[in-house]
Design a protein around this ligand. Structure first.
Ligand SMILES: Nc1ncnc2c1ncn2[C@@H]1O[C@H](COP(=O)(O)OP(=O)(O)O)[C@@H](O)[C@H]1O
Ligand SMILES: [Mg+2]
Length: 508
């Protein structure tokens, strides 16, 4: 009796050690049944796990390629092939590995361009790895998080004032093709300081020459030194485009785990959904609305859920996500746009009519929102942004009457004049970014009505002149505003005494 129970215990212990090592007791060896379009089917892998890496073995017993388990079916598994340099053939042997797919991360990856498996593609040599990060992982729970309260300044007045972004927030950038979505994301990266925020730009399904241009622009603006680019271009297989945002997020998690602040851009998730649709159709999954598989919502929800601001006990790091969605004919109610709108904490909607009318960035302030970032604004910005929002709302309500300007009441006319000037100061050229204290000063001048007598076409010139005068002012009002973060009486009287002469100069 005693003997048999010890034997059973021993058996259980033996089985448990196997599980500890591999996460599972047994390994499988199977055979490739079918290959094509970056997809393979294999049998004999009855214990394979979802997202597990499998090795494809050549006839010398070496690993010649790897695959990722996507479909678990009754008799077979569906695999996505990861490395297609060596062809995989029907009849090849496959083995489960007991590991999920991971990407290498470490400080050395900053400033580099890597592919969806973390391999450098910029020709600058190997990246020193400090840790392997699993590309899929469970998002931090509520206990591990703290509310968003630190701003992530974009340097773009319209965003920092009206749709402010906080560290750890998910803010969608949405709009048609060519309306400035990528520009906003890149400008936000350029506005970060090295050592403060680690930026990760994920290029999904873009043309390779466009990506090369983007890398060059970042380099020219000294911004590549705090940025990692994870790229799967249009030339790469759908599997790589599908994996890229998860890989980028895993790299971001490495830095967040070190207590750092991370900014992640996914450019764009529409193409990501396409790559997933392509894989799913090849894997013969049933398709639903717009031919996307049923779990396409989960695809993006589980990705964006990983953005977080961790509490002090968990290191205090954060990961801010700026997903981009490209709409067709401004249709924000299509399947993928509505999904991502519902997952994020707000959206910056770019309007093509504004863009072509020269209002750039073409942010539609009526349709853009930030549901959590307001808590992260500095008090001075919160104050001026309130008046700004009011002027703009009044202006929108009256805009339709603007053409009958001659018969309008005085008050209405004043609101229209104010609105035009406030809209003007929200225009900003690309890559010309401003620190928050400069933004506050300009918005203060416009919303207090100081620019009302300046002709609309001279408003931006006057704003520039105002800033220059403030910068050379011996009392350094901008520096004190940056320090105090609120509009103290001293600062306001300084701003007032500076603006007078500027207006006179620009009135005619
Ligand atoms: N604020 C801006 N001022 C001037 N030009 C801009 C501005 N934003 C974008 N552009 C220009 O508009 C074009 C399209 O921008 P891009 O960001 O590539 O659009 P999208 O990513 O939406 O397709 C680019 O040539 C870019 O230089
Ligand atoms: Mg773009």
């Amino acid at each position: 009796m005693a003997d048999s129970s010890t034997a059973i215990l021993r058996d259980i212990e033996a089985a448990m050690t196997g599980i500890e090592k591999t996460g599972r007791a047994t390994m499988n060896v199977g055979t490739i049944l079918e290959v094509g379009d970056g997809i393979a089917r294999a049998d004999g892998l009855s214990d394979a796990m979802a997202s597990e890496v499998v090795d494809v073995i050549d006839n010398k017993g070496n690993v010649k390629a790897q695959g990722l388990v996507m479909n678990l079916e009754m008799m077979e598994v569906g695999l996505v092939l990861l490395d297609q340099e060596t062809p995989v053939n029907e009849g090849d042997t496959v083995k489960t590995t007991g590991t999920v797919l991971s990407v290498p991360a470490g400080n050395g990856i900053i400033g580099r361009v890597v592919d969806a498996l973390g391999r450098p593609i910029d020709g600058k040599g190997a990246v020193k790895k400090e840790k392997d990060m699993p590309i899929e992982c469970v998002a931090p729970g509520v206990i591990a998080r703290q509310p968003v309260s630190v701003p992530l300044q974009t340097g773009i007045r319209a965003i920092d004032a009206l749709v402010p972004i906080g560290r750890g927030q998910r803010e969608l950038i949405i709009g048609d093709r060519g309306v400035g979505k990528t520009t906003i994301a890149i400008d936000t990266i350029m506005n970060q300081k090295p050592g403060d925020v680690v930026c990760i730009y994920t290029a999904i399904g873009q043309r390779a020459n466009k990506l090369a241009q983007l890398v060059q622009v970042l380099e020219e603006h000294n911004s590549l030194n705090h940025t990692i680019i994870v790229a799967a271009t249009a030339n790469d297989p759908a599997s790589m485009q599908f994996l890229a945002p998860y890989a980028a997020t895993a790299i971001g998690e490495y830095f967040m785990g070190l207590g750092k602040d991370v900014l992640l851009v996914y450019d764009d998730l529409s193409k990501h959904a396409w790559s997933y649709r392509q894989l799913s159709i090849l894997l013969r999954r049933p398709s639903g609305r717009e031919a996307y598989p049923g779990d396409v919502f989960y695809l993006h929800a589980r990705l964006l859920e990983r953005a977080a601001r961790l509490s002090k006990d968990f290191g205090g790091g954060s990961m801010t996500a700026l997903p981009i969605i490209e709409t067709q004919a401004s249709d924000v109610s299509a399947y993928i746009p509505t999904n991502v709108i519902s997952i994020t904490d707000g959206q910056i909607y770019l309007n093509p009519d504004l863009f072509y009318a020269g209002v750039r960035p073409a942010i539609d302030v009526g349709l853009s929102v930030s549901r959590v970032g307001g808590n992260a604004q500095i008090p001075a910005m919160k104050k001026v942004a309130g008046s700004l929002r009011l002027s703009l709302a009044q202006y929108r309500a009256l805009e339709a009457f603007a053409q009958f300007a001659s018969d309008l009441e005085k008050e209405t006319k004043e609101q229209l004049d104010r609105g035009r000037r406030v809209t003007e100061i929200l225009k900003q050229k690309q890559h010309e970014l401003a620190p928050v204290e400069e933004q506050v000063a300009i918005i203060w001048a416009a919303t207090q009505g100081y620019l009302d007598t300046v002709p609309v076409e001279k408003v931006l010139l006057a704003a520039d002149a105002f800033l220059n005068a403030l910068k050379t002012n011996k009392d350094k009002p901008l520096a004190s505003l940056a320090k105090e973060k609120t509009l103290t009486d001293d600062i306001v009287s300084n701003l007032k005494s500076t603006i007078g002469s500027i207006i006179e100069e620009h009135q005619a």
